[in-house]
Design a protein around this ligand. Sequence first.
Ligand code: GDP
Length: 452
Amino acid sequence: LPQVVIIGRPNVGKSTLFNRLVGKKLALVDDQPGVTRDRRFGDVELLGLKFQIVDTAGWEDEDAETLPGRMRQQTEAALVGAAAALFVIDSRAGLTPLDEEIARWLQRTSVPVTVVANKAEGKAGDSGIFESYALGLGDPVAMSAEHGEGVADLFEALLPILDPLQPDEHAVELGEDEEKPLGPLQLAIVGRPNAGKSTLINQLLREDRLLTGPEAGITRDSIAIDWVWHDPKLGEDRRVKLIDTAGMRKRAKVTDKLEKLAVADARHAVDFAEVVVLLLDATKGLEHQDLKIAAHVVEEGRALIVAINKWDVAEDPSGLFNGIRHALDEGLAQVKGVPLVAVSARTGKGLDNLLGAAFETRDIWNRRVPTAALNRWFDDAMAANPPPAPGGKRIKLRYITQTGARPPRFVIFGTRLDDLPASYERYLVNSMRRDLGFGSVPVRIMLRSPKN
Ligand code: GDP
């Protein structure tokens, strides 16, 4: 059975949760002295989900001075081999420094952690539930172990972790929320056939490794090319992983029509890339198909940059640029102001601008705003333009927190959220882009009313 470990400081309700999950069945107590003392094991069947639960109890008598060190030892020992961890906090008491310290240990473990905001019955737990987002461990599950509330939510949180047959929303290829140091820029170039993708990659690499020409798109086998770009502004080398979607297609031996393939390429690209460059052909302008590809990239939450290629042969360049700018802002309103760069893959003009924009966009796509700063902005935005009061009852928005990056994701808590008009949500997103520098990367906002 997969093991699920309960972790938390004294008196948050770990044993109550353990007993709630194990039910009437007898719990085995392993009280060997030393590091692994006082662990209790019990078998759980939660709505058909079977696992063994481990309680790292027994801190209550511990000296407050030595508690953190000993807890850490125990916790780390208990996490070895565990499939999941439940980090229990007391949502009535709110977060304590020890909770925050435990959260920092847990942020470093590879074991998936679910925050359980316990003692959440009634309204007294609301603020603790909000606070627990700041632990940086994802959405908390609000529970009352004592009253048996929130068990279904716990099940939902554990299901994707423990049951590999279930599609796992959390297993994003790029590693979701972790604040990893940024590695090489994972960059894909997509666009319709003959937009100049292969020529662009050749020009970037400055060697003729890819075939170009009428037999569009047949390039190479490998799916990524590691490469170093010299950033003239920073005066330093920066690593880039060029994702070669055409190469992937060749591998997959797709036999679709070429136009369809452009869309298929974009699908592959978003699976592997952080930033996707949509390459347009200056002699063709922006077509419906291009918008379709762009929309897909944005829907999948990747950072988009649009480049107009073949600038060397563009007629009426400024008219063309403004026309495309306008059409993009109309057709892709969700990322108004998306970076637009003019390039010539043939001559190499504009390519440093393109790479510079790609790195900059990735930084924004990775940005996290601390909760305090975010809520200062939030209060200001609501003061400048208060939420509406349909039927005379004002919608209350109380608190915002960033739950993730890549792309930036936020949760807003409040009441009567079903009545919040989409226009007000757009207002918030737009002022967030402007005031907090999120530019035009995709931004996700979720609205939540606290449970119970
Ligand atoms: P792909 O299908 O997107 O990979 O397009 P290719 O790279 O094969 O290029 C299609 C055609 O456009 C080729 O004949 C290229 O020589 C030409 N081309 C690509 N980039 C440029 C450019 O910047 N300027 C001009 N004038 N032609 C280009």
